[in-house]
Write a protein that binds this ligand. Structure first.
Ligand SMILES: [Zn+2]
Length: 491
């Protein structure tokens, strides 16, 4: 549907200009030029404006870790399980059109209130990744969200946390060919993978699109690959986004294989720097957090996903104590598959506020994480708060619809918005001065029609009963592998 026109003004009754500050917030309007806020004023807007005097304006959150899951896992039999067993279900994903998958995913993410997504790409066809990157970038432009396209980079242990040959031997002859075909990936040399990332950057990078290096995770990347990525990042300034210590078994693997500790090992490889963000970090310990804080590494946490895949609860109070900055990611695995960033932020707050009389963290910390740190993870910009000169990325909450029952106004619109709002209370989402969501509707595409088209395509490519049976058997094999402690090596 093409690029949407720039708006010239936003009106709101409460303007949370700094997510770390507390109310009361002034009634203000913002004048917008070329995608940026040029002036915040106490006056009503002079000309046409979106919003109204009762709206609550928040700095727009960013989805700081995702995979653009346009097809939701439940729809194709990839039911929630502990991550290492769940991974068998990757082979069920229908090989539908990458652009259409991204369009549906990004439309849902925008509808959920997020102004951008850090997209660690899961290729439909690795050999066609440059074309897929182009299609994904077109989808982001169509919806109007900011995009970090993270180029997936792995080269070992693709089927379980041991080398692929040993794993296949352990599995025995039954299903061997199927496991090899569906779940074992052979990838190019490190230098070729870095070159591919640069080719993708030349193809799609721009003001709304950052391209990042995406080591899948330490257990899936050789030291040679991680070192090549670290070195390339240091000379090119390209950012890195990587899964890290998502599950108990990843922690066990990391401890068993690194006498000095996994994090000090990554540090030795040169990987830990302000250019790195990591996803999950559920199993980081105090020493890890201190090291990440010292190196300026940011963590994109994924609360719902960690619940759904039995990964555990991240301890954001410990992050805060250690000075580790964190952002909020949806991972395409939110509660009820709603991709609702507002609900995800509330869950992050409630699961981490603690039981003491003073809360471990403030709801304002969560908004700062989602909007300010999220934007830093997305493209390195560290001025996401709403003030003159900042990008016009603004989420407007319809206060009248949110609190029709309000009889005593305590004036704390931050609390009001953060403790109740869901995507159903979003009146407008503005990104780079363009209105991309209005009253819950994504303006850049017909989401319902795109969902129907994608489902029809996926249905024709749906896994058959033979594949479903294979996945059931393979889940049992993986469970036996990890239960026997075979990811700890030393057999
Ligand atoms: Zn992920």
């Amino acid at each position: 549907m093409g690029e949407r026109p720039q708006i010239s003004a936003i009106q709101a009754g409460a303007w949370v200009t700094d997510p770390r500050s507390r109310g009361p917030f002034a009634s203000r309007s913002a004048r917008i030029e070329n995608g940026r806020i040029v002036e915040l004023s106490e006056n009503a807007p002079a000309g046409p404006a979106i919003g109204n005097a009762s709206a609550i304006a928040l700095p727009a959150p960013i989805d700081a870790h995702d995979h653009g899951r346009g097809l939701r896992s439940l729809s194709y039999g990839h039911v929630d399980l502990p991550l290492e067993i769940w991974s068998a279900g990757h082979s069920l994903h229908p090989a539908a059109d990458a652009g259409l998958i991204a369009t549906v995913a990004f439309a849902r993410i925008a509808r959920g209130g997020a102004a951008g997504t850090v997209h660690l790409h899961r290729p439909i066809d690795y050999e066609r990744m440059v074309d897929e990157a182009r299609a994904v970038a077109r989808a982001a432009a169509e919806i109007g969200i900011r995009l970090a396209f993270v180029v997936p980079m792995t080269d070992r242990q693709s089927a379980a946390y041991t080398d692929d040959a040993s794993f296949l031997d352990w599995c025995g002859p039954a299903d061997r060919a199927t496991i090899e075909r569906r779940l074992v990936h052979k990838r190019p040399r490190p230098s070729e993978q870095v070159a591919l990332a640069e080719e993708i950057a030349r193809a799609i990078a721009g003001p709304m699109v950052d391209v990042q290096l995406g080591p899948g995770g330490p257990q899936w990347c050789s030291d040679d690959l991680l070192a090549a990525i670290a070195e390339h990042s240091a000379v090119s300034d390209r950012r890195i986004h990587m899964h890290l210590l998502e599950t108990r078994r990843q922690r066990e693997w990391g401890d068993a294989h690194h006498a000095k500790g996994l994090l000090p090992h990554l540090d030795d490889l040169g990987l830990l720097s302000p250019r790195l963000s990591v996803a999950h970090g559920v199993w980081l310990d105090a020493a890890d957090l201190a090291l990440l804080a010292a190196r300026g590494v940011k963590v994109a946490v994924n609360i719902s996903s960690n619940l759904r895949l039995r990964s555990g609860l991240v301890d954001l109070a410990a992050f805060k104590r250690h000075g580790v900055r964190f952002a909020i990611g949806l991972d395409g695995l939110t509660l009820e598959d709603e991709d609702d960033v507002l609900r995800e932020m509330r869950l992050a707050f409630l699961l981490n506020a603690g039981t003491q009389l003073d809360p471990n963290l403030d709801i304002a910390d969560i908004l700062d994480a989602a909007a300010v740190v999220g934007r830093e993870v997305l493209d390195g910009t560290s001025m996401a708060a709403m003030r003159a000169g900042a990008d016009a990325d603004v989420l407007l909450i319809d206060r009248d619809r949110l609190v029709p029952d309000l009889i005593a106004d305590a004036g704390d619109d931050l609390d009001i918005a953060m403790l109740r709002a869901t995507r159903r209370h979003v009146s407008h989402l503005v990104v780079a001065g363009r209105e991309i969501v209005r009253d819950g509707e994504v303006l850049g595409t017909d989401l319902a029609a795109a969902e129907r088209e994608l489902l029809a395509m996926a249905r024709a490519l749906a896994p058959n009963s033979e594949t479903l049976d294979f996945v059931r058997r393979h889940r049992e094999r993986l469970k036996a592998f990890y239960q026997a402690g075979l990811h700890l090596g030393g057999r």
